[in-house]
Design a binder for this molecule. Structure first.
Ligand code: UD1
Ligand code: BG6
Length: 708
């Protein structure tokens, strides 16, 4: 469980917690304090016993350990607890349910009390971990308070276990002692009707020993299934329908396997993403919104609260992950961000694999010019071309990628292109029409703002296209069509390889849409030829720039502020470079559209403030040269990012003592892909030299699955 949590730590890392059963441990004498010392329920659970009325009860409370900080703290605290209480860790149990969580604080500061699991009461009747936000939590809290409940934490999550307990107690009281216990998933479904907002929940209860219920709406969740003594499985993944409840679930899983394969043993790993599961199994089910997963007695069943008959299991496909453990390890690198920067030549190659044809077949024949093949857009290509406008919607780095490629789409498709930050689009209730194409760009495919914007656009009848790095993600599934980036797992919170790969994908999309245009053919061919050369160009300067940027980082690391000036599609380079410096190096920095320089930013210029000017050889070159002259006239401290071997820039450098960052030249639409690489390296090295956490920067999370 700790390994799984560490794999997910990139999603949130300010506090963590876990809850396990402690079967066979000495029966607790009275109530104990939890290891977190926050006065929450804790104890040691015993094996469930069946009473005559069929109810399964667990007499004591589970162990809960929680603390602020890294998973390492949780490991240490747990080890201390185990030692103090003499728990036998060598025992193997037939049934065991454990849940854990790594938190990114939204409601309440990072602390032991606010960390998850959250519990229903001092005995921990119901224990819950939650990813997402319950938006109506205040109203629920008020109702529960009126019923005499007291709240320990500041979280929205605490309302959930309390509601579960409330519902369980009322349903049990109503049913009377002779009745069978309400099935666990049914109880959870009852409570879900009261929740608004987004959630992925794991729930365990001492009333249901050996059972787990997981459910989701809005936030991602997968379950990895490992069965048989050696994890071997039959080929069938058929899920037959069965009724909600224990016996039905067990039978159903058995139905999936030949008797010879079925051992009765099941390990199920439920997590927010595949990285936490991959060590155990590659066979996963991606849960859909409103799914309720019930794991019990060596089997599982999935129900959906939106289907007419909630008591009948829904079929969900068991998929095999195309992910290897070493893809989520650091390899020989010290940090994920460093590894991912260096992986970029390979990542963009993967994004283009099977999609970009290098040879010009049937030279001269305009009808046989298909050199870009995007399987995902074949059916919708004409609709996109006929759109009234193309709107890109994204957040953070993904927005910058759309900005970097906007001009290429405008030039190739000749349809108005607009860019929207997802949160702003929603805030403004931006008008969207049926003849719009909306392209949602998201590395994770699960950013809440982008996902909400997608729902908004879909409801207005727009064609929704996804560009995402995560197959099976919410955005990949909810869009009408799209392009998978295939850039490989990105773990560092600061996005690097996903950015360059997104620019490649949007550029490929523009080129595919312009396929029939004879007037664009020459330009299109030039860009496609350069796409082929790009990975090697990137490789050729990566090592040299790594050393050079480390030196430059040493000079700039104590700066209070950094500016990046650019124009044209490199405006995105300036914004993205500034974002990297902010998010990981924790240096104030701004990306400035050089055309706006005279309208304010020039006032900041003096001999101390470092300014990086992007002036590679493209259509903006002359204008950028003029910017350089104006800045030098004000004694600015300049670093010029230019095309390798540019004699004019070398002359400026000599005369004015400014530094150069030289990158290989390419066609204008692809230049931002090369230009960003040294600036990513600069941000990386400044972060290391300043002693900050590279992969888990302060206050940030990789996947922002909450809005507001
Ligand atoms: C697909 C296969 C790839 C295979 C190739 C062979 C998948 C995921 N990809 O790649 O393994 O090598 O065919 O030709 O099976 N989609 C969305 N929204 C998104 C992203 C994608 O709806 O945000 C849809 C696409 O429209 C398409 C499907 O998902 O229907 C797969 O997309 P993509 O992987 O990009 O397609 P191919 O490149 O053809
Ligand atoms: C977060 C990440 O803010 O989400 C950024 O820290 C990322 O790196 C942004 O650019 C958008 O994420 P996604 O997954 O939608 O591209």
């Amino acid at each position: 469980m700790f390994t799984g949590l560490k794999r997910l730590e990139y999603r949130g890392y300010d506090s963590s917690g876990m809850c396990i059963d402690a079967i066979d441990a000495p029966t607790p004498t009275g109530r104990r304090e939890s290891a977190s010392g926050d006065g929450l329920a804790n104890g040691i659970s015993a094996d469930g016993t069946s009473s005559s009325n069929g109810r399964v009860e667990d007499r004591s409370s589970p162990i809960i350990v929680k603390c602020p900080g890294k998973i390492e703290n949780l490991e240490n605290l747990t080890a201390e607890y185990v030692q103090q209480h003499n728990l036998d860790t060598s025992k193997v149990y037939k049934h065991h349910v454990a849940i854990s969580h790594t938190r990114w604080a939204t409601h309440g500061v990072p602390s032991s009390i606010n960390a998850h699991p959250q519990v229903s009461d001092a005995n921990a009747d119901f224990v819950v971990v939650h990813n997402g936000i319950i938006t109506n939590y205040q109203a629920l809290k008020d109702i529960l308070k009126k019923n005499g409940e007291t709240f320990v934490s500041e979280t929205d999550t605490e309302t959930i276990p309390k509601l579960l307990k409330f519902a369980y107690d009322s349903m049990t009281a109503e049913a009377g002692s002779g009745e069978a216990q309400v099935p666990f998933p049914k109880l959870v479904m009852e409570v879900l009707t009261k929740l608004e907002g987004a959630y992925a929940l794991l729930i365990k209860s001492r009333h249901y020993p050996g059972e787990l219920v997981a459910c989701k709406r809005g936030s991602p969740m997968i379950v990895g299934i490992k069965e048989g003594p050696d994890g071997s499985s039959s080929s069938s993944s058929k899920v037959s329908s069965g009724g909600l409840g224990r016996a039905a679930s067990i039978t159903r899983l058995r139905d999936q396997y030949n008797d010879s394969h079925w051992t009765g043993a099941l390990e199920a790993w439920v997590a927010s993403d595949a990285s936490a599961v991959i060590e155990h199994t590659k066979r996963v089910v991606v849960l859909e919104d409103n799914d309720v997963l019930h794991i019990v007695g060596g089997g599982y069943g999935i129900y959906n609260t939106r289907q007419a008959d909630v008591e009948t299991a829904v079929p969900r496909r068991l998929q095999v992950l195309q992910l290897e453990v070493d893809q989520i390890m650091k390899g020989g690198y010290e940090h994920y961000m460093q590894k991912e920067i260096h992986e970029q030549p390979e990542a963009i190659t993967q994004s283009m694999r099977g999609r970009v044809k290098q040879q010009k077949s049937a030279e001269g024949n305009p009808y046989l010019q298909q050199r870009i093949k995007l399987g995902g857009l074949v059916e919708t290509r004409d609709t996109i071309r006929r759109s009234r406008r193309i709107m890109f919607v994204a957040c953070g780095t993904s927005y910058h990628a759309a900005l970097a490629a906007r001009q290429t789409v405008e030039e190739m498709v000749e349809v108005p292109v607009v860019l929207e930050l997802a949160s702003d689009l929603l805030d403004r209730c931006c008008p969207i029409f049926r003849d719009d194409t909306c392209v949602f760009v998201s590395q994770s495919g699960e950013t809440a703002d982008t996902l909400r914007a997608l729902e908004y656009a879909k409801a207005r009848g727009a064609l929704c296209v996804g560009i995402t790095n995560t197959v099976g993600s919410a955005i990949s599934r909810a869009t009408h069509c799209g392009i998978h980036q295939n850039a490989g797992y990105e773990i560092g919170v600061a996005s690097t390889k996903a950015y360059t790969s997104q620019i490649i994908c949007i550029t490929m999309m523009a080129l595919a849409l312009a396929e029939d245009s004879i007037s664009k053919r020459e330009r299109r061919d030039a860009i496609i030829d350069e796409l082929g050369a790009l990975p090697d160009k990137m490789r050729s300067f990566m090592q040299v720039q790594d050393v050079a940027m480390k030196e430059l980082a040493a000079q700039l690391k104590d700066s209070n502020s950094l500016l990046f000036f650019a124009r044209g599609n490199n405006y995105a380079t300036a914004l993205e470079a500034a974002l990297k410096c902010k998010e990981v190096a924790l240096i104030h920095s701004e990306g400035i559209l050089a055309g706006e320089m005279k309208h304010g930013p020039l006032a900041l210029v003096d001999e101390h403030l470092p300014i990086v000017v992007v002036a590679t050889r493209d259509s903006m070159y002359k204008k950028m040269e003029s910017v350089i002259q104006q800045l030098l006239a004000r004694s600015a401290r300049l670093i010029i990012l230019c095309t390798a071997g540019d004699a004019t820039m070398q002359e400026y450098a000599k005369r004015s003592d400014c530094q150069l960052i030289e990158v290989p030249g390419t066609v204008e639409p692809l230049q931002p892909i090369l230009n960003i690489v040294p600036l990513q390296l600069l941000a990386y090295h400044m972060t290391v030299l300043r002693g900050h956490n590279v992969d888990q920067p302060r206050n940030l999370a990789k996947s922002v699955t909450v809005t507001d």
